[in-house]
Design a protein around this ligand. Structure first.
Ligand SMILES: Cc1cc2nc3c(=O)[nH]c(=O)nc-3n(C[C@H](O)[C@H](O)[C@H](O)COP(=O)(O)OP(=O)(O)OC[C@H]3O[C@@H](n4cnc5c(N)ncnc54)[C@H](O)[C@@H]3O)c2cc1C
Ligand code: SF4
Ligand code: SF4
Length: 494
């Protein structure tokens, strides 16, 4: 008999817990309601309509609430869209509105015009159409309590001047206002909003700017409209007048020209003037054969506005590169196509001709060469390929630039390739201590830059008080300060 102990039967191992099934992706977006093309092109009625409550909840339920919030990482102002989508899905629209406004004081504008960088990073894109993150922001505001008012922290007793009341200036005023600074925003125009005031009314209106601005009413923010710093009042006077820091958010209010003969003929319109005056209710007269030159968002707004103003005329877009290279937002290009805009690609303007008024645009055909530093293929002229497009109106939409009148070289400003000036030092500080300058290529990018500048201004002014800089407080006066959402790793910039 064996002295060995009888073998002990191995204890049965508990069956491994089944791995949770990966969340099912629903690739199909709830369609965004849209005004029919036939009706919408004769006036400036809104093109995209809000979701109904039920549609918004259905769309929000497609979000799989990623552990790593790619969408938030891609938002230049780190809007916690994952959280407001979760709240919409749970039918808590008040909560969703509060979360939206907590990080985004221009939510009413952005829910209509943001280029939704978040959606480009949404994981659903791998299988289908990304979550309609921007449109759910709109649902949160439309169905939730969105008439909230921001609350200032204890007054800091320090004054900041913000020059320019565009998105960057408004964001900075909010960032500094909720921290308890006394802010004055100087704006050269009669209304704040900056280039948002040129966005056509079928996308957003001044009422949206005013709705966002109204939430700032209890902050110590004063708006001085109709004052151009550098002309009506010298920049250095601001520091002498008791402002302890100055932020220049002067953007790009001037237009770039084509630089071709005939640009001064009657019938040639700079896009910014055309759009601004149309919004203000006194549109410049356009004819029946309109050509818009350019391939960006301003060109898209110009072709669609010109169509609405032309009373049944024909609108042609002329762009020197191909469709793939167009910098315009895809959604806007599709909108223009649906409305019957004619696109002529790979044509560069050479001359505007006419006898006392525009009669045609001479163009040269281009072929696309190797990519440039930005990755876009370079247009190369095709010899002997000139032609004339008959037209009575030419709208020039080839970019904007800053107007730096009164801002001297002592600031050592960097002018970006898209035209706005910024400070070269950390936090966008200029060469003059206490003067900062920032801007951006879209509303939300300008706001993101303004946040960085406002943080630097807070650090600068806190040091003067002998205190440490603080994170943004709860803008509704609650406890706690701004925190990145769980799972956030690093910003994604497109
Ligand atoms: C037609 C058009 C459509 C657009 N559509 C979109 C869109 O759909 N989505 C999007 O995200 N972006 C869009 N953009 C881009 C966006 O509007 C800009 O990127 C954004 O407004 C930049 O903000 P900002 O505050 O840096 O500058 P700006 O908007 O240019 O604001 C600067 C402000 O400073 C004022 N100012 C300038 N100099 C002085 C001075 N010396 N003294 C006092 N005030 C001064 C100007 O009057 C202006 O109000 C569009 C732009 C245009 C032109
Ligand atoms: S602000 Fe723009 S980028 Fe940011 S979450 Fe909203 S839609 Fe997306
Ligand atoms: S990336 Fe898309 S699916 Fe993921 S949390 Fe954001 S919105 Fe939802």
């Amino acid at each position: 008999m064996s002295s060995e102990a009888p073998a002990v039967a191995a204890a049965p191992t508990a069956p491994a817990a089944p791995k949770p099934a990966p969340p099912k992706l629903n690739p199909v977006r709830v369609a965004i309601p849209e005004e029919p093309v036939a009706e919408r092109t004769t006036d400036f009625r809104e093109v995209l309509h809000a979701y109904s409550k039920e549609e918004a909840i259905l769309e929000a339920k497609r979000c799989i609430q990623c552990r790593r919030p790619w969408c938030v990482e891609a938002c230049p102002i780190t809007q916690d869209c994952r959280e407001y989508i979760r709240l919409v899905a749970a039918d808590d629209f008040d909560g969703a509105a509060r979360v939206t406004l907590r990080e985004n004081p221009l939510s009413t504008c952005l829910c209509k015009v943001c280029y939704h960088y978040c959606e480009e990073s949404c994981v659903i894109t791998k299988k289908g159409v990304p979550i309609a993150i921007r449109h759910l922001k709109r649902a949160a505001l439309e169905f939730g309590k969105s008439d909230l008012v921001y609350v200032a922290s204890k007054p800091k007793g320090q004054r900041v001047a913000v020059v320019g009341g565009g998105p960057a200036g408004l964001m900075a005023a909010w960032e500094l206002g909720v921290r308890g600074y006394s802010v004055t925003v100087f704006e050269q125009e009669a209304r704040v909003g900056g280039l948002m005031q040129t966005i056509p009314a079928y996308r957003m209106t001044d009422a949206d700017v005013q709705t966002d601005r109204a939430r700032l009413k209890d902050l110590d923010v004063t708006f001085v409209d109709g004052t151009k710093i550098g002309k009506d009042q010298p920049l250095d006077r601001l520091l002498a007048d008791g402002y302890q820091a100055v932020l220049l958010t002067v953007g790009t209010p001037a237009h770039r020209t084509l630089g071709v003969p005939g640009e001064d003929l009657p019938g040639v319109l700079p896009a910014l003037r055309f759009l601004k005056e149309t919004n203000a209710g006194h549109p410049p007269k356009v004819g029946k054969e309109i050509v818009v030159v350019g391939g960006g968002d301003v060109a898209m707004d110009s072709v669609r506005t010109a169509l609405r103003e032309s009373g049944g005329g024909r609108v042609t877009l002329v762009y020197r590169r191909g469709r793939e290279e167009m910098p315009a937002d895809h959604e806007e290009v599709l909108g223009a196509e649906k409305e019957g805009i004619r696109f002529l690609f790979q044509r560069a303007p050479l001359e505007i001709v006419g006898n006392g008024r525009v009669e045609g645009l001479v163009v040269q055909s281009m072929e696309l060469g190797p990519p440039d530093a930005g990755g876009r293929r370079t247009p190369v002229p095709v010899a002997g390929s000139q032609s004339t497009i008959a037209c009575d109106t030419v709208i020039v939409a080839v970019g904007q630039k800053a107007d730096l009148t009164g801002f001297g070289p002592e600031l050592d400003l960097k002018v970006t390739s898209q035209g706005w000036p910024e400070g070269k030092r950390a936090g966008f500080e200029t060469a003059i201590p206490g003067i900062f300058a920032a801007g951006g290529r879209s509303v939300v990018y300008a706001m993101g830059a303004a946040t960085d500048a406002a943080n630097a201004i807070d650090a600068y002014l806190s040091a003067k008080r002998g205190e440490a800089a603080t994170a943004r407080p709860d803008p509704f006066g609650g406890k706690g300060t701004f925190k990145l959402p769980p799972g956030y790793t690093a910003p994604i910039r497109s």
